[in-house]
Write a protein of this length. Structure first.
Length: 255
C-alpha cells in the first residue's frame, strides 16, 4: 500500500477485532478518515470484511499491546505507512477474573497480565506513536476507560485486575495529557458505558448498550488546549415520552 497523504485525516484504533473498537473504526471510515485498524487475532475476520468495503481507506495491522516487541514491530510498520495520526484511540483491553474477593485464591499473575495490557499496553502504543500524533493536525488521543477505574466511586469488592488497571490507565492518560497539551495535543479517558462486547470470550448479553450504538461526535473544547474540536463517545439515547404530573386532588371540608 502507498503511504498516506499528509492531507488525509488519519485515525488509528486498537482492539478492532470486534466490539467497541470495530464499531469506532466503522464509524470513522464513514466520516472519511483513513483508518489503521490494529487487531490481536488474525483469525478474526470481521475487520477483513470491513476492509473489503473500504479497500483504499483502511489498513490492518496486527499487534499484541501486552508485548514490547509486538508493539515496536507494529509501530515500525505504521511509520512506513503514514507520518501522522490525527486521532489515536486506545480501545484494546481484557477483563480478567471478575468473581474473586479478598481472602480468595487470587491469581496475581493474571492480575499483572490485565494491568500490563490495559494500562501499560495503552502507554506502549501511545509512546511508540506519539511522534505521529504530534505531527498531525488534531493531535488527539482517546483512551477507552471505565467507571471501574474511579477511586471516588468505587463500590466493588473484587475484580482487582480490571479496576486497578483502569485506575492506572486514567493516571497515565493525565500524565500523557500533561506532556502534549503544551504542544496543542489533548488526551481523553472515556467511559462508554456497559457495552455488549466479546471481552468475556462471548457476547455479553447482559450489557445495555450494543456496540453498534456507540457513536463518535464533535464537541467544543474549553480546557487549557488551543484546539477547538475534540472527540467524545456516548451511547445514543432513546427519546422518552415526557412525564405527566400526577393529578391534583382536592379535599372538601363540610361546615
Amino acid at each position: 500500500m502507498d503511504t498516506i497523504s499528509p492531507e488525509v485525516k488519519t485515525a488509528l484504533v486498537t482492539g478492532t477485532d470486534h466490539g467497541v473498537g470495530f464499531s469506532l473504526a466503522k464509524k470513522l471510515l464513514s466520516r472519511g478518515y483513513f483508518v489503521i485498524a490494529v487487531r490481536v487475532d488474525e483469525t478474526e475476520k470481521q475487520i477483513d470484511a470491513l476492509q473489503s468495503s473500504y479497500p483504499d481507506q483502511m489498513a490492518i495491522v496486527c499487534a499484541d499491546i501486552g508485548s514490547d516487541e509486538s508493539v515496536l514491530k507494529a509501530s515500525n510498520n505504521i511509520k512506513n505507512l503514514t507520518d501522522h495520526i490525527d486521532l489515536l484511540i486506545n480501545c484494546a483491553g481484557i477483563l480478567g477474573d471478575m468473581s474473586k474477593n479478598l481472602g480468595d485464591d487470587l491469581d496475581f499473575d493474571e492480575i499483572s497480565r490485565v494491568i500490563n495490557v490495559n494500562a501499560i499496553g495503552t502507554l506502549r502504543v501511545t509512546n511508540a506513536l506519539s511522534s505521529l500524533v504530534l505531527n498531525s493536525t488534531e493531535k488527539t488521543i482517546v483512551n477507552i476507560s471505565s467507571e471501574a477505574g474511579s477511586i471516588a466511586d468505587c463500590w466493588r469488592t473484587g475484580w482487582f485486575g480490571y479496576c486497578m488497571s483502569k485506575a492506572a490507565n486514567n493516571m497515565q492518560s493525565a500524565l500523557v495529557h500533561n506532556n502534549i497539551q503544551k504542544l496543542g495535543g489533548k488526551v481523553f479517558a472515556i467511559h462508554p458505558g456497559h457495552v455488549a462486547t466479546y471481552m468475556r470470550g462471548h457476547l455479553d448479553t447482559t450489557a445495555k448498550i450494543p456496540a453498534r450504538m456507540l457513536r463518535a461526535r464533535t464537541a467544543p473544547w474549553s480546557s487549557r488546549t488551543s484546539t477547538a474540536v475534540t472527540w467524545a463517545l456516548r451511547p445514543r439515547k432513546r427519546r422518552r415520552p415526557p412525564r405527566m404530573p400526577p393529578p391534583r386532588t382536592r379535599t372538601c371540608s363540610t361546615p
